[in-house]
Design a protein around this ligand. Structure first.
Ligand SMILES: [Mg+2]
Length: 383
């Protein structure tokens, strides 16, 4: 069975209200998804993380190297695409284009073999994953945390047991905001913070030490992802676990983070870092260092489902009879593409999401909704 067709779609959702974080403002969501069809008519879906038009150009460039190949040989195809891009793109959007293709191939393989992706990965160590809400972005520049109370209570009411908030506005303002959120949620809900690399080592150290008493589960991307040794230094100055890796690519990138003892938790984005094929290798690498892995997710429910299957298969380290819950990131910002594109819908029951047992990723795309959001070729040309 061979790969017959690869189609890309750029989907755009204009937000009803813009929001911002430490780096820039979002007024729309724009995502590239890919559909790969095999010679027997079955198809799989993938998604890339990064600028959609560049991702699409990357997939178009790679297409001739995938068409005609066996639909079941995802690892061989991955290696071929890696070799085709290695000289120009050892990290960045071309790797994300490979990721989108790779994910679609895993979905397709599962559908052809009538098995869920988690089974193809080697099986499920857990059938339920604990979602944490990613939210508390900033809306009003004059009073960025005005809506925090209302938003955080909504997450609690929906059953989330953990919440990640944005920081990076400045040490004092962040401190006040973190204190405010901790006061609202009390001690029983886990709280993480994410600065999206807004701080210098000195600033991140001051902030981390100031919030030690607020029971923070992790401080994500405190400093620029390039400064591996500074991450390590920060770890030596705070008891708060340090997380990072959403801007990292391939096992080689993660090896930098791991061998420098930069983080307590690595956060590969499967839709960017090389797809499931490479994420599986990254998890083997992190296990050799005894470092926890919680994937980064952002985008449509395709990406969330890829992460669900992947997390279900993560080796429990250390092993023990009563294994702790494993986290999945569940972004809660406005995003019609996450909510409407796929079915069945994601459900949180008793604070957990069940890993699908149906073939492939366990979802399909509502192609009417897809066409509602898809840009035409003419619109893509002027992006
Ligand atoms: Mg982050």
């Amino acid at each position: 069975m061979t790969i017959e067709k690869i189609e890309t779609f750029i989907l755009k959702d204009k937000l009803s209200k813009s929001f911002f974080f430490s780096q820039w403002e979002y007024s729309e969501r724009c995502i590239c998804v890919v559909k790969i069809t095999a010679s027997n008519g079955q198809h799989g879906w993938g998604e890339g993380y990064g600028p959609a038009s560049i991702l699409k150009a990357g997939i178009d460039f790679l297409k001739p190297h995938v068409i005609g190949k066996s639909a079941l040989e995802n690892e061989v195809i991955w290696n071929h695409l890696y070799r085709k891009t290695l000289d120009y793109a050892r990290r960045g959007v071309l790797v994300a284009s490979i990721s989108a293709i790779d994910i679609a191939l895993w979905d397709l393989k599962g559908k052809i073999l009538n098995l869920p992706v988690s089974t193809l990965l080697g099986g499920t160590f857990r059938n339920k994953i604990k979602p944490y809400a990613t939210g508390l972005y900033f809306i009003d520049p004059e009073n960025p945390s005005k809506h925090f109370e209302e938003e955080v209570l909504e997450y609690v009411n929906r059953g989330f047991k953990a919440i990640k908030m944005k920081v990076g506005l400045g040490i004092n303002e962040d401190y006040e905001n973190i204190k405010k959120v901790r006061n609202i949620i009390g001690d029983s809900i886990q709280l993480m913070i994410d600065s999206n690399h807004a701080y210098s080592l000195k600033e991140a150290t001051i902030l981390a030490q100031k919030i030690e008493h607020l029971n923070i589960s992790w401080f994500e991307e405190p400093i620029s992802p390039e400064f591996y040794k500074q991450y390590n230094e920060l770890r030596s100055k705070t008891s708060i676990p340090i997380a990072g890796g959403e801007c990292e690519y391939l096992r080689y990138g993660f090896h930098q983070l791991l061998r420098n003892n930069s983080v307590d938790i690595i956060q590969p984005d499967i839709c960017a870092t090389g797809g499931l094929t490479e994420a599986k290798r990254i998890s083997a690498l992190s296990s050799t260092y005894g470092v926890e892995l919680v994937p980064h997710t952002w985008g449509t429910a395709i990406g969330i489902h890829v992460a669900l299957h992947f997390i279900a298969n993560l080796e429990p380290i250390p092993g023990r009879m009563k294994s702790p819950d494993f986290f999945i990131e569940y972004d809660q910002t406005e995003n019609g593409l996450r909510e409407r594109l796929t079915y069945p819908k994601i459900e949180i029951i008793d604070g957990m999401i069940e890993v699908p047992k149906t073939p492939g990723l366990g979802i399909d795309i509502d192609e009417n909704v897809l066409m509602e959001y898809a840009l035409s070729d003419k619109q893509i040309n002027i992006l």
